[in-house]
Design a protein around this ligand. Structure first.
Ligand code: ATP
Ligand code: MG
Length: 296
């Protein structure tokens, strides 16, 4: 069946990105809670139809490591993309001061499985691997979202591409349109350094300096306390030469992943704890801003 706006009841805003807003909605017909992403585009109907057609391949196969796609529609020139609601939110809001190695290994395992599924089963490159696009639920599952399924959608969004933190691989910065699977492996590595250390690893106050550092400087590394296996995994992902980066198959056989394969890391408990900590921090920040109003 198809999803229509009339069947959706808005619940709350989950977040805002560069291109639009994500809302929690409930589908009145099935009682399923979903996340609906509104993407504002200036496109004609033909192109909007093409986007919906391209998104349709997501109905064909599913994975435990990919956020489920429920359907999409457009109204005027906005595309509405309905997907599985992930009740612990995205990793950028959960990693706090940094995640411990066993949890990081499990997150990595899910991300690599997701990326490999996209490549092998759907023949797509993600193109936007970063902590905001890795979602978690309170059952402890970790899934990818916002991957480049629709060429037309990617093309239409490309114009305003750059955010203030770049996860782009050096080869992409040096020459536009040189995207390969290994560019995603770089973005994976960078996201892992961020999650392990609790902050985005490049710190420059302007975009040019930041991109220059990605190209010219030594790649970032994990904090001291991580094991040599973890450090080796990340430094392999962050090799400057894309051809020297490991494949997904190789990554899944790396000791950083296999070491924890038979270890039962309680991801549900971690997700619950991380969400609770985040909510407490948000509340504290809000109370501070009430106590000391920003007079400007
Ligand atoms: P950018 O626009 O740079 O890609 P982004 O990924 O944060 O940044 P969006 O994809 O628009 O932007 O998402 C906004 C926020 O909404 C995310 O950061 C995430 O916290 C939340 N979100 C997105 N999809 C879901 C979902 N399926 N379930 C729960 N929360 C979600
Ligand atoms: Mg996103």
């Amino acid at each position: 069946f198809t999803i229509k706006m009339d069947d959706l009841k808005l619940q709350e805003e989950l977040g805002k990105g560069q291109y639009g807003t994500v809302q929690k909605v409930s589908h009145q017909v099935t009682n399923v809670v979903m996340a609906m992403k509104e993407i504002r585009l200036e496109l004609d109907e033909t192109k909007l139809h093409q986007i919906l057609m391209e998104l349709d391949i997501l109905h064909k196969s599913t994975s435990d490591y990919i956020v489920e796609f429920y359907g999409a529609f457009f109204i005027e020139s906005c595309v509405y993309y309905c997907m599985e609601y992930m009740d612990a939110g995205s990793l950028d809001k959960l990693y706090g001061d940094g995640v411990p190695e066993d949890v990081l290994s499990k997150i990595t395992h899910s991300m690599v499985k997701g990326l490999r599924f996209l490549k092998d089963d759907l023949s797509i490159i993600h193109r936007d691997v970063k902590p905001t696009n890795v979602l978690v639920n309170l059952a402890g599952q970790v899934k990818l979202c916002d991957f480049g399924v629709s060429g037309q959608l990617d093309k239409s969004l490309a114009k305003t591409n750059i955010g203030c933190q770049s996860y782009m691989a050096p080869e992409r910065i040096k020459a536009a349109n040189t995207y390969t699977v290994s560019s995603d492996v770089w973005s994976l590595g960078l996201s892992l350094v961020e999650m392990a250390g609790g902050k985005y690893p490049y710190t420059y106050d302007n975009m040019f300096a930041q991109l220059k550092a990605i190209v010219d400087e030594e790649p970032p590394t994990l904090p001291e306390e991580f094991t040599p296996d973890a450090k080796d995994f990340i430094s392999a992902c962050l090799r400057k030469d894309p051809q020297k980066r490991p494949t997904y198959g190789e990554l899944l056989e790396h000791p950083f992943i296999t070491k924890y394969q038979d270890v039962d890391v309680d991801m549900a408990a971690w997700a619950q704890q991380a969400l609770a900590t985040r909510k407490a921090r948000d509340l504290e920040a809000r109370q501070k801003s009430v106590a000391k109003p920003n007079v400007s």
